[in-house]
Design a protein around this ligand. Structure first.
Ligand SMILES: *Cc1c(COP(=O)(O)O)cnc(C)c1O
Length: 435
C-alpha cells in the first residue's frame, strides 16, 4: 500500500497552511463556483465535490463562446476560414491538449459526438463477433448507458445478452473488483470473448484500474479492448497509447469541465489508423484532402479523425477549448500530484475523525483510485440520506448513490484542503448533534 504518509494535524489552520503551500491554488480563481446559500457554512461559495458529475465552469468559457457568436455575426460562412479560430480546422485546436490529457498521439484522438454515441461507433469497428467468439466482458454494476449500449450491440449482431454479456462481479461487500477477478473471468470466458469494455475509474466505487495490464490480458486472450474513461479523463494521468488500448471514449462534462452535455472524446490506437475496419461513415471522416470534391466513395482519413461523421458543433467545441487550455497550463502531472495529496488528506481526516460514521469504499492505494472517494454511511439508507441532505442544505455538494453511498470528488483544479476539512467537520457536527 502506498498511502502518502504525513502527520495529520487535524485543524482548520493546518488545512489553510496546506492551501497556502499549494502551487496550483490560483487555478481555483479561474472557475465559477456557485454561491453559498447557508451562512453557517462561513464561505461565499459552495463546497463543491461533484466535479465527477458536472465540472464547474472555467471563466474562459464565456469569452470562447462569445468569440464564436461574434465571428458568426461578423463573418457568416467566411468564419470557417477567417474567424479568429477558423471553424474548418477548429477541432484541431483541441487535439493537442486532448492528446496530452490522455497520453495519446495527436492523431489518435478526436473530439466528437457524445460518450455513448462514441462507444457505439467504436463497437461497430471493434466488436466483430463470430459464432465462436461473440461475448463482451464488462464490470458488474456498470453505468447503465454502457450496459444498454453493449446489450444492444450484442442483440444487433443477433446474439443473446443472457450468454454473451459477461459481467465481472466485484467483492459482494464493497463492489471492488481488482485485477484478479478480471483475470479469472477471462481465464474462464476468454476464448469466447470478442471485446473487453472496461472503465478507467468505476463510477460508483471510484476504483481505478491499470489499463495497460487489462489491455495485455484481453489481447492475450484474443479479444479487443476498449476503455470508458468518463471518470478517468482529467482525473488520472493516462497513457493510452502505451497502454495499447484498441479504443477509448470519454465525456468532457465531468472532470474536463467543458459544460453540460459537452462534446466527447475518442481514442483509436495508431495501429488501426489505416486499418480497413468496418465503420459507420460520414463526410467528416472522409480523407481531408478530397472531402470537398464531394465524391461518392468514402475513403477514411487516417487516424481517429476517420471516425467523425459530421462537421463539429463549434458552440460545443468552444467550451472544451477553453477548458483544455486550463488543463494544459496546470499540467496533468502536477494536477495528479495534488490530487493524490488532497484525496489522501480527506481520507486521513475521515479515518481519524469519523470512525463508526463513514466507511470508505474506494481503495486506499493511490494506483487504485483517482480523486473520488465513495463514502458509505454506516447505519443504512435512512441515516445516509439524512446526512446527505444535511450537507446539501448547507451548500456542501456531493452526490448520492443508492443505497447508502455519498460520492465526493475533491478536484485539484478548484478544491482546497480547507474544503476537505470543512466537509469532515460538518459530518462531525452532524454526528455530535445526536444523530
Ligand atoms: C457519465 C457516464 C456516461 C454518460 O454517457 P453520455 O453518453 O455522456 O450521456 C456513460 N458512461 C459512464 C461510465 C459514465 O460515467
Amino acid at each position: 500500500m502506498t498511502i502518502p504518509h504525513f502527520t495529520l494535524a487535524a485543524s482548520e489552520a493546518d488545512a489553510r497552511t496546506r492551501d497556502a503551500a499549494d502551487p496550483l491554488r490560483d487555478f481555483r480563481d479561474e472557475f465559477l463556483i456557485p454561491p453559498a446559500t447557508d451562512p453557517t457554512l462561513g464561505e461565499d461559495h459552495q463546497l463543491y465535490f461533484t466535479g465527477n458529475s458536472l465540472g464547474l465552469q472555467p471563466r474562459g468559457v464565456r469569452e470562447a463562446l462569445l468569440t464564436e457568436l461574434d465571428d458568426w455575426a461578423r463573418l457568416g460562412v467566411e468564419a470557417h476560414f477567417h474567424g479568429r479560430h477558423p471553424w474548418m480546422p477548429y477541432h484541431e485546436e483541441v487535439r493537442g491538449h486532448l492528446a496530452e490529457i490522455t497520453g495519446a498521439l495527436p492523431s489518435e484522438v478526436v473530439a466528437m459526438n457524445s460518450l455513448t454515441t462514441n462507444l457505439h461507433l467504436m463497437m461497430v469497428s471493434f466488436y466483430r463477433p463470430t459464432t465462436e467468439r461473440h461475448a463482451i466482458v464488462i464490470e458488474a454494476g456498470s453505468f447503465p448507458s454502457d450496459r444498454y449500449a453493449v446489450e444492444s450491440q450484442i442483440r444487433f449482431h443477433g446474439f443473446d445478452p443472457a450468454t454473451a454479456l459477461i459481467e465481472v462481479e466485484g467483492d459482494p461487500d464493497t463492489g471492488l473488483i481488482g485485477f484478479e477477478r478480471i483475470e479469472r473471468a477471462l481465464h474462464e470466458h476468454g476464448s469466447r470473448t470478442a471485446l473487453v469494455l472496461w472503465p478507467g475509474v468505476q463510477y460508483r466505487t471510484g476504483e481505478a484500474f491499470d489499463l495497460k495490464h487489462i489491455a495485455r490480458l484481453a489481447h492475450a486472450h484474443g479479444a479487443a479492448v476498449g476503455f470508458d474513461l468518463a471518470h478517468a479523463a482529467g482525473n488520472l494521468q493516462l497513457a493510452l497509447h502505451d497502454a495499447d488500448a484498441d479504443f477509448a471514449a470519454w465525456c468532457s462534462y465531468k472532470y474536463l469541465n467543458a459544460g453540460p452535455g459537452a462534446i466527447a472524446g475518442c481514442f483509436v490506437h495508431e495501429r488501426h489508423a489505416r486499418a480497413p475496419l468496418p465503420r459507420f461513415a460520414g463526410w467528416w471522416g472522409h480523407d481531408q484532402s478530397s472531402r470537398f470534391q464531394m465524391g461518392p466513395t468514402f475513403a477514411p482519413t487516417p487516424g481517429a479523425d476517420g471516425w467523425q461523421l459530421s462537421n463539429p458543433p463549434i458552440m460545443a467545441l468552444a467550451p472544451l477549448r477553453a477548458s483544455l487550455d486550463v488543463f494544459h497550463r496546470a499540467g496533468m502531472g502536477r494536477l495528479r500530484e495534488k490530487s493524490i495529496e488532497l484525496t489522501a488528506y480527506l481520507e486521513a481526516l475521515i479515518r481519524v475523525r469519523l470512525q463508526g460514521v463513514i466507511d470508505i469504499v474506494t481503495p486506499p492505494e493511490r494506483e487504485r483510485r483517482g480523486c473520488q472517494l465513495s463514502l458509505r454511511v454506516i447505519g443504512g439508507r435512512t441515516r445516509g440520506r439524512a446526512l446527505f441532505e444535511h450537507l446539501n442544505a448547507r451548500g456542501i455538494i456531493g452526490d448520492w448513490r443508492e443505497p447508502d453511498v455519498i460520492r465526493v470528488a475533491p478536484t485539484p483544479l478548484y478544491n482546497r484542503f480547507v474544503d476537505a476539512w470543512k466537509l469532515v467537520d460538518a459530518i462531525v457536527g452532524w454526528r455530535d448533534a445526536a444523530h
